[in-house]
Design a protein around this ligand. Sequence first.
Ligand SMILES: NC(=O)c1ccc[n+]([C@@H]2O[C@H](COP(=O)([O-])OP(=O)(O)OC[C@H]3O[C@@H](n4cnc5c(N)ncnc54)[C@H](OP(=O)(O)O)[C@@H]3O)[C@@H](O)[C@H]2O)c1
Length: 301
Amino acid sequence: MRALSIDRFSPIEDLRLIQMPDPEVTPGEVLIRVVSSAINPVDDKTRNGDIGDSTPPFPFTLGWELAGIVVEDPTGRFRPGDRVIGMSHQLGTGRGTWADLVSLPVTEVAVAPTSVGLVEAGTVPLPGATALQVLDWLDIHADSRLLVTGAAGAVGSIAVQIASSTGIHVDAVVSRPSQIEYVSSLGAESVVTHVEELPARSYDRVFDTYGADASEAISDGGRYATVATQAGPAPDLTARTIDSELCQVRADGDVLRQLVGLVDSGVISPRVDSVFSAADVVRAHQRFAAGNLQGKIALVF
Ligand SMILES: NC(=O)c1ccc[n+]([C@@H]2O[C@H](COP(=O)([O-])OP(=O)(O)OC[C@H]3O[C@@H](n4cnc5c(N)ncnc54)[C@H](OP(=O)(O)O)[C@@H]3O)[C@@H](O)[C@H]2O)c1
């Protein structure tokens, strides 16, 4: 099979498909033929070494999420031919999804949504699981006020869609005025481009996705989550009785099943900026690095 695997930290231009043995299917795992995956910021940081020492030993295959077709499932949960999505905690396991064939624990796979194609479906698992798990940690209820920063991004946009669909009042911070209309269409009530524009001490919860300092915007007694690992720990707001946390995503099939339901009920609309063949991985990454994305970049195998 082919895989986008690296044996050292590499520039984009060194990425290429290489031939590798097919994965072994160990007990409890399902073998999937990958149709589509996507580029996430963590892949970029892992490839170029920005992630630091926490990479698996070289060589390893990149990629955290997939949509594909079941080839074999000795556990019997899925049938050959089933359309599925899956998430792999690539940094923890070294098992990437940018390959023709991937074997994943059956507990980290779910039947794919039926309302969208596999390219769209393959962009949801990592940002979707992150959004759901962080919203769960935030323990927020209808009529509360939530601030989402980086709300036009993959994690932020899913968080806005889920939270606003449950009656939570969501405001948002984006990087550019051109993103305001999109994020408003997802259900955000007020969208600004700078944290300084936010009303002081007005939000019950903050969900930060880029390392914003929104400490002045959250009310005393609130909860403050960030997923921006590159920005260091969450601000310490204990003096104001605010619980803050740098949250880390976990692979979880139950969460994937919730995401599938949210896609099929129209709560989450996956947004794809562009689609590239896996063989065209260098151009795909150049698009990713150029920024100003209108959704995710899909890699089709
Ligand atoms: N801890 C975890 O388990 C976990 C899980 C998933 C993701 N993450 C991390 O979370 C971050 C977000 O992931 P993602 O997939 O959502 O990335 P993404 O799609 O690139 O979204 C990030 C968003 O933040 C915006 N942004 C960046 N700087 C900003 C600023 N100064 N002001 C306003 N907006 C700003 C970006 O705007 P532009 O497009 O204009 O740059 C983009 O819309 C990444 O760092 C990722 O590695 C962590």
